[in-house]
Design a protein around this ligand. Sequence first.
Ligand SMILES: NC(=O)c1ccc[n+]([C@@H]2O[C@H](COP(=O)([O-])OP(=O)(O)OC[C@H]3O[C@@H](n4cnc5c(N)ncnc54)[C@H](OP(=O)(O)O)[C@@H]3O)[C@@H](O)[C@H]2O)c1
Length: 200
Amino acid sequence: MKKSFGIIGAGNIGQTVARHLIKAGYPVILSNSKGPESLNELVKSFGLGVNAGSVEDAAKADIVLLSLPWSEVSSLTRVIDWNNKIVIDATNHFMTYAPDFQVADLKGKSSSEVVASLLPGGRIVKAFNTLYFKILAKDPHEAGGNRVLFISGDDNSSKSEVSEVIRTLGFGVIDLGDLANGSKLQQAKGSVATLNLIQL
Ligand SMILES: NC(=O)c1ccc[n+]([C@@H]2O[C@H](COP(=O)([O-])OP(=O)(O)OC[C@H]3O[C@@H](n4cnc5c(N)ncnc54)[C@H](OP(=O)(O)O)[C@@H]3O)[C@@H](O)[C@H]2O)c1
């Protein structure tokens, strides 16, 4: 049986990743801050394989994807026990968007290190954050190769599990190392942010 996914944040990135997961046969629970009823129409449009749930429901899935605004990540600390949970961090630490795109002051940490400190015990893997959602939405098979998703994290077993899922979706994977270093390359304004690579 395929791993279940809980998606926290049902906007551009949450819906885009959900579409890839559903296509590959992973069960998905989508959540937002307004509650499952607000997502009923959306989940109906996805068809089978996706349900709406609360943030707590989504957090009970085998693998959790964070696709909510940076300013909201701290809201997840109080409600959920994150111990040992694989958490994919797709957030970027933007405080403002176009035209100035200001980022939060992380005091020298990577953004996923900050996420890890907010979700104690969570096995954080940074992924799905580098591509604009309209690029991420495209078929990952392109030009005879596979569109690349970068990952980073401190826990090798969760990185392996997430890599396997990403490959099952049809993407290539490049592992950039740990959260202190790799995640800095991936995060907003990092060297590989927005890089759309095809692995041949
Ligand atoms: N857009 C992109 O191309 C892109 C690319 C890579 C990474 N990212 C990152 O991915 C994250 C999401 O971006 P997005 O463009 O998908 O944003 P979005 O379209 O605005 O969606 C954000 C989602 O998060 C939900 N949300 C807000 N506060 C929440 C909370 N406290 N608990 C649970 N859900 C909450 C929102 O619903 P409610 O307000 O109804 O709760 C909404 O469903 C951001 O960190 C962004 O930087 C975005």
